[in-house]
Design a protein around this ligand. Structure first.
Ligand code: DAH
Length: 343
């Protein structure tokens, strides 16, 4: 009798220690305590040994143990239902989603697209050419004589000397490719990357981007050049910007001119960007040299044309006030994210 009381007490103590975290805890518990071969059943079997006058009391104790075991089993089942089960979808679909940060266009792409769209409105088509060029398209056809300093090894990245293959030093090479394939009237702009062997600093880089323009037809005049570029500047920078043309020299144009705009940073008062002159140079231009036209069998007595070339980095610098060229190619996310939402 006392031995059975002790066994019941031991069983209760053991149940209290049961590891509820083990896998399938409820079922393990049921088999161990409430199953047909379980602890509670086998203790019940011991009742036969109990003297009849003690059966009532012992019966109560047994019943208590059984109720306790059943309660604990119920608890374990509930606990298991509440816990997430691997493979079962427990996502709360009413929660707001995580926002995906939109990608950003590179500032140079933003500005290139804007330049292209302005000239498109004037009827210019986009033309592209290869970045690896031969000597003829980059230099010869563009009227750059053999001994011109721009051909110097120091400026040009040569891939091969004889015959010469090089990384184009300007997008004027695309002019040559267009004139080779098309007859006037020609009206194209050519955006692209160019390469020069420069020491990298805040003001110079070994690669940068240009947009070339070429317009050839009968009776194209310098006045057309001026008006076209003036229109471009006003669209790009606003109507209050002033322009001025300065005589200059390029082998592929005659006459040639560089165009300045009034400094956007200091509105002409003088600052570091305009080197205290109030003016910033943004492009080179001129009337296509007759020899260049002849190189492509375009009759210079019948046709005239103008051309221009500008650096996209420079326009972008003025538009967004970026004063270090290296920022464009460093891929610093803090720099690039500032252009989120700018189309
Ligand atoms: N190719 C010149 C450069 O890289 C830019 C340029 C000047 C292009 C005058 C032109 C032009 O088409 O007419 O500096």
């Amino acid at each position: 009798m006392d031995a059975l009381i002790q066994q019941i007490a031991d069983c209760k103590a053991e149940m209290a220690q049961f590891d509820s975290q083990q896998p399938d805890a409820a079922e393990v518990f049921r088999i161990r305590y409430l199953g047909t071969k379980g602890v509670v059943k086998s203790l019940m079997g011991e009742m036969k040994q109990v003297a009849p006058d003690q059966r009532k009391e012992m019966g109560q104790r047994m019943n208590e143990l059984k109720v306790l075991a059943e309660q604990q089993w119920e608890q374990l089942k509930e606990q298991q239902q509440a816990a997430p089960v691997a493979g079962v979808d427990t996502i709360d679909r009413t929660l707001p989603g995580t926002t995906l940060t939109a990608g950003t266009r590179h500032p140079l792409s933003i500005v290139r697209n804007e330049i292209v769209s302005i000239f498109r409105r004037l009827g210019f088509a986009v033309a592209e050419g290869p970045e690896i060029e031969d000597d003829w398209h980059n230099f010869g056809a563009m009227n750059l004589p053999e001994d011109h300093p721009a051909r110097d090894m120091q400026d040009t990245f040569y891939i091969q000397q004889q015959p010469a293959w090089l990384l184009r030093t300007h997008t004027s090479s695309v002019q040559a490719r267009v004139m080779e394939q098309q007859k006037p009237p020609i009206r194209v702009i050519c955006p692209g990357r160019v390469y020069r062997n420069e020491t990298i600093s805040a003001r110079a880089h070994c690669f940068f981007h240009q947009v070339e323009g070429l317009y050839i037809d009968e009776q194209v005049s310098f006045a057309d050049l001026k008006q076209t570029l003036y229109f471009f500047v006003q669209e790009m920078f606003g109507s209050s910007v002033k322009v001025r043309f300065r005589p200059s020299y390029f082998p592929f144009t005659e006459p040639s001119a560089e165009m300045d705009i009034s400094c956007l940073i200091c509105s002409g008062k003088g600052c570091n960007i305009c080197k205290h002159s109030g003016w910033v140079e943004i492009l080179g231009s001129g009337m296509v040299h007759p020899s260049v036209l002849e190189n492509f069998s375009i009759d210079p007595n019948k046709y005239t044309g103008f051309a221009f070339g500008m650096g996209i980095e420079r326009i972008t610098q003025l538009k967004f006030q970026i004063n270090d060229l290296r920022l464009y190619s460093q891929n610093d996310i803090r720099f690039l994210q500032q252009f989120t939402g700018v189309v």
